[in-house]
Design a protein around this ligand. Structure first.
Ligand SMILES: [Fe+2]
Length: 418
């Protein structure tokens, strides 16, 4: 019914500087993905006039019943500009709350624990409310504490209630708390890694250091390697929550030139925040100083196929970071393998500046014995996507797989980064 329709609260209006006779409307359409509609004055005169007029004030002043005819309404519903008021989209914001960590159950002596050496307290701040939520897609609604892993450079954010923030703000990195802490809160701070036993910290660091050494050697030899559990399970569940809601609310466009059946977004804001944190680890694994090129967030649905291919030059060093797989595999490991095999003749093709065709990648992949890489949520595949042909077979119906692709280039790379 037309009277239930409202203008999508997330609608964006974009004029064209070189063409005053058209503009772009785009909006997330729940269940369908981001929709883009070019409105040309010649083609849709009434929609053009009404929305140009509203762009100077507010789109929610529109009365769809009075201002539009039925054909206009159908067009705008189809393109997500008008939505049913009960189904209007909302931008999800990432947060991982301290309350999501199960309290540590063992015995401990508070005096022997220290605050993690990599903690950084971020107070609640009305001043950056807008930029945090709109540019990073993280929750601005409370204080948070960030724990940076010294070896990987990866930071995990933990959001705090007002009373918990008061306690955490008093902690000093690498120091024992010199004030009493409520036992239940202390148990959660331990399980979140905010308070830690220095011996345990050393043990975990040594293990991670060994894993990195193994991954470095494997990368040198095979141009790919895997690092496991780059974020703890509680953080991964928070990421799953964010990306499931982000896709369900329609914020990611559906389909692209490479894969028809995936939701995807170039430089999706939360993925971009994570990519910053992965740069030093990528450099460490590759043994080369790298800089960010771009990040791609993708949520594949049943029927998706990733054909054998090699990547473009903006993707010299990449990480495929597994976020989510549905239905949840009993082993925790995604059954949907990424296959990799070396591109034969890479050096010759690179020297001649040639692009390797998909047909050639297909031919080589069929003749090779590719390695299957199966990741659990939170694992990252580090790889050189220009030198390795990589692909995935068809994702079964009803399954869904969400990954982030962090792409990097050498610091001396001079071309466009997008
Ligand atoms: Fe690729």
């Amino acid at each position: 019914m037309a009277e239930e329709l409202i203008v999508n609260p997330c609608l964006q209006f974009q004029p064209y500087f070189d063409d005053s006779t058209s503009f772009l409307l785009y909006a997330p359409k729940p269940g369908s993905g981001m929709k883009y509609l070019v409105v040309k004055r010649d083609e849709y005169p009434n929609v053009f006039d009404v929305f140009l007029d509203l762009s100077a004030s507010r789109f929610d002043f529109l009365d769809p019943e009075l201002d539009l005819d039925e054909a206009d309404r159908d067009l705008l519903v189809e393109n997500g500009v008008l939505v049913n008021s009960a189904e209007s989209p909302e931008l999800p914001l990432f947060s991982c709350q301290l309350s999501e960590f199960d309290p540590f159950q063992g015995d401990f002596d508070l005096g022997s624990l220290i605050a993690h050496p990599g903690i950084r307290f971020s107070p609640f701040d009305l001043g950056n409310f807008h930029s945090i939520s709109q540019e990073l897609h993280i929750s601005p609604f409370s204080a948070s504490v960030w724990i940076r892993d010294d070896l990987t450079g990866i930071e995990q954010g933990i959001w705090l209630s007002d009373s918990d923030a008061e306690v955490v703000s008093r902690l000093t990195a690498s120091r024992s708390p010199n004030f009493p802490i409520d036992i239940d809160l202390a148990r959660r701070l331990i399980s979140a890694g905010i308070l830690i036993d220095p011996l345990e910290l050393r043990r975990v660091s040594q293990l991670r250091g060994n894993e990195i050494e193994v991954a470095q050697a494997k990368f040198q030899k095979d141009h790919y390697s895997v690092l496991k559990e780059l974020f703890p399970g509680v953080q991964m569940r928070a990421m799953q929550r964010y990306y499931r809601a982000y896709v369900a609310n329609g914020f990611m466009p559906f389909g692209d030139d490479q894969v028809e059946r995936r939701y995807r977004e170039h430089n999706e804001p939360f993925a971009r925040l994570l990519q910053n944190q992965f740069a030093s680890l990528m450099s460490l694994i590759a043994g080369v100083d790298v800089k960010l090129s771009y990040v791609y967030a993708a949520s594949y649905v049943g029927g998706s196929v990733l054909a054998p291919h090699v990547d473009r030059k903006q993707c010299e060093y990449s990480i495929s970071f597994q976020v989510d797989y549905e239905p949840e595999p009993p082993s925790g490991i995604s059954p949907w393998a990424i296959y990799v095999t070396p591109l034969l003749g890479f050096d010759d093709a690179a020297a001649r500046g040639e692009t390797v065709t998909l047909a050639e990648c297909e031919r080589q992949a069929a003749a090779a014995d590719p390695a299957a890489v199966n990741l659990a949520n939170g694992d990252g595949l580090f790889y050189m996507g220009r030198e390795l042909i990589h692909f995935r077979n068809e994702l079964p119906d009803g399954h869904r797989s969400t990954s982030l692709f962090f792409h990097f280039v050498s610091v001396d790379f001079e071309g466009p980064l997008d």
